[in-house]
Ligand binder design. Structure first.
Ligand code: GAL
Length: 675
């Protein structure tokens, strides 16, 4: 079911932060600016249950009565991100702990754990009470569960979590023998003889735990989060009218968002703060544009999505971070960054900056003074533009390329220094190369249900470093290539099973036929290694971090590039194998941005807009298409005017003018053309 039939704007509002006399005026000013939805109540538990078991709804009833004097719509939240002081005092077992067992006390937020039975019960009660009381309020169009699950803390170590971990493991392995086998506990005498001996990773020398336990612990965090979310979802869905949606926001560590989306939500929302990218200190050449990578991940978890919090002011807590104010045009740019990447709903964080508390510096649209300002004006202008773009909602982001994303591999890579750094480097390198070559991509998440048919639409599929591999995934890749696809796998593909153990077999395990080669030797490189090169004809390619030394074994396997240094000079570094109707490429290193650009050229992968426009690499492009209409977005992230060349006449969707030929796009400018 589709929930957004037109592009829409919202904001986050906290009636409990303001004098009631401001409410109506605030709502009227929002509506005047084009903001038609507010999100409320995600941190307001005490307003409903100030004393255990005594429920009062009068505060939000009064507020919703005011809302209903207007046309404003509401996204109501379950308030579980901040359990009340009375609750954590009476039931300290609900509190969260760090790895050393230090408790996170009341005073910030997200200080609870997902597994304390009493918290699950208190959650069930408050959600049930709220759902029953507010289900029929006409102004409520949707609900948000909690707030940013797994934000602040993405690994949990409370007693309740370890107890639940044991239950999770019993269900998974059945017997201790099987668990000991899967985790290889015979190594360093880690063998467990009783379930009670097992804990989530605790402090050890070098803080090194058994890697297979570690991987299961990260899966467990995700399971805990999903089942906590589903607890809310099932209750809400039982009470709410069919057209009222349930969502929550991403992206945070150790959550499988595809499963969260499929099992516990109607659609996902994302909280987009691109200013984090602008204030990044090292390595991120793309700055705020890098937020499109996160948007691609959200899109990869479900086609329909919204932005629950879009940055609208300077940021920072009183003791954390420090961010400049968005320059004129940047709120608009970031808004369209979200829209260009597929979002149909944009809600700005927050209406007015709070005048007290931890987030006094995390500014919203309005400043403390409550006066109209340039940020409100910019958003008002966007609201007018959204009216002209209303039929954009539901249009699909056009991607030529897919990147396979596998949670097990990502999580294993967090601690595994042999493939973790490659993964990070390649994610950034691939993203930047595809962005700057104007080749839009989708992340496709690996799951037992992934089939070659899900990949068929893509010209090329990158499988950066599928270290953990299983026969099902290998089969899916083979089917895709057999059918005519081009698959490009990176170093370290296929040498671990799903437990993270390395089977005694020839690498890439189960895929030597697909790539027509075997990996008989390999070496890690340090980041500064002068030997990290391969030759592709007369071109020198940067091949960092790791070198798989490739030995072709099939006649169909062709060497594309060879390593140019060290004892293995001349050894194949990139090979391609004709397999069925397609090609399987193996790339022996991590993916560097410039190297990927060369690779795309060699493969003949062209810009999505090659027939429409010439756009410099500093601009992001995308096309959203559906119902016989397509819109091209060009986003200029720089502070300078850039020149575009429009190769045919197109309608500027915001001004209605026909444009063609040379076109100047302003600093931080956005161009939307109907193509
Ligand atoms: C988000 C959060 C909001 C607010 C905002 C600015 O992560 O959901 O409640 O804290 O960041 O810090």
């Amino acid at each position: 079911m589709k929930y957004f039939n037109r592009l829409a704007m919202g904001t986050c509002y906290y009636p409990e932060h303001w004098d009631e006399s401001l409410w109506l005026n605030d709502l009227q000013r929002m509506l005047k600016a084009g903001i038609g939805t507010i999100r409320i109540a995600e941190f307001a538990w005490n307003k409903f249950e100030n004393e255990e078991g005594v429920f009062t709804f009068d505060f939000f009833d009064r507020f919703l009565d005011v809302v209903e004097q207007t046309d404003m719509k509401v996204i109501f939240c379950t308030p579980t991100a901040t359990p009340p002081a009375w609750l954590t005092q009476k039931y300290p077992e609900v509190l969260q702990a760090d790895q050393d067992g230090h408790i996170f006390y009341h005073g910030c937020r997200r200080h609870y754990n997902y597994n304390a039975p009493v918290y699950l019960e208190k959650t069930r009660i408050i959600v049930e009470e709220l759902a029953q009381h507010y289900a029929d309020r006409k102004c409520i169009v949707g609900w948000q569960i909690d707030n940013e699950l797994n934000c602040q803390i993405g690994e949990f170590f409370s007693e309740a979590d370890s107890a639940a971990f044991r239950v999770f493991l019993k269900e998974k392995y059945g017997t201790l023998n099987k668990l000991n086998e899967a985790w290889g506990t015979v190594f360093w005498n880690q063998t467990y003889t009783d379930w009670s001996q097992i804990y989530l990773p605790r402090h050890t020398p070098h803080n090194t735990s058994n890697p297979h336990l570690k991987l299961d612990s990260l899966r467990f965090y995700s399971e805990s989060c999903i089942s906590y979310c589903k607890l809310h979802y099932d209750i809400l869905k039982k009470h709410l009218p069919k057209n009222v949606f349930v969502t929550t926001q991403g992206l945070f560590p150790h959550v499988n968002y595809n499963r969260l989306h499929d099992e516990a939500l109607d659609f996902l929302t994302y909280d987009s703060y691109p200013m984090f990218g602008l204030s990044d200190e090292g390595g991120n050449r793309l700055k705020d544009r890098k937020w499109s990578m996160e948007l691609a991940r959200i899109r990869g978890a479900g086609n329909e999505f919204g932005i629950m919090e879009q940055q609208s002011g300077p940021g920072g807590w009183y003791n954390r971070r420090f961010m400049p104010t968005p320059k004129p045009g940047q709120i608009r740019l970031w808004t369209y960054q979200s829209v260009a990447n597929g979002a149909d709903y944009i809600s700005y964080f927050r209406w007015r900056t709070c005048t007290f508390g931890t987030e006094i510096y995390w500014h919203g649209i309005l400043n403390y003074d409550n006066q109209d300002n340039r940020r409100l004006q910019e958003i008002t202008d966007i609201g007018r533009e959204f009216e002209k773009l209303s039929d954009l909602a539901g249009k699909t982001y056009q991607a030529k390329v897919a990147i396979l994303y596998d949670y097990d591999n990502e999580w294993d890579g967090e601690t595994d220094v042999w493939h973790g750094p490659l993964r990070k480097y390649s994610n950034a390198g691939l993203f930047q190369a595809l962005q700057e070559s104007h080749v839009p991509f989708n992340y496709v998440t690996v799951s037992p249900n992934l089939r070659a048919a899900d990949l068929k639409a893509y010209e090329v599929v990158f499988a950066p470093h599928m270290t953990i591999m299983d026969p099902g995934l290998a089969e899916c890749m083979k089917e895709y290539v057999k059918g005519g696809g081009i698959l490009i796998a990176g170093a370290r593909t296929g040498y671990k099973d799903r437990n993270g153990r390395c089977p005694m077999d020839i690498m890439p395990i189960g895929m030597t036929d697909l790539f027509g080669m075997e990996i008989r030797d390999f070496t890690a490189l340090n980041a500064e290694s002068p030997y990290a090169y391969a030759s592709l004809g007369d071109k020198k390619l940067y091949m960092p971090f790791f070198h798989d030394l490739l030995t072709p074994v099939a006649d169909t396997c062709e060497t594309v590039a060879v390593y140019s240094e060290d004892f293995y000079k001349g050894t194949p570094a990139i090979v391609k194998n004709q397999y069925g109707k397609g090609q399987a490429w193996y790339f022996g290193a991590a993916f560097d941005c410039e190297t990927v650009k060369e690779l795309l050229k060699t493969l003949g992968v062209e810009s999505l807009i090659k027939d429409l426009a010439e756009v410099p690499p500093c601009c992001e492009i995308s096309i959203r298409e559906g119902d016989g209409k397509a819109y091209l977005f060009v986003l200029n992230y720089t502070g300078d005017t850039v020149e575009l060349e429009l190769k045919k006449e197109m309608r500027n969707a915001l001004t209605d003018e026909k444009v063609s030929g040379a076109y100047k796009l302003d600093a931080y400018g956005v161009l939307i053309l109907e193509v």
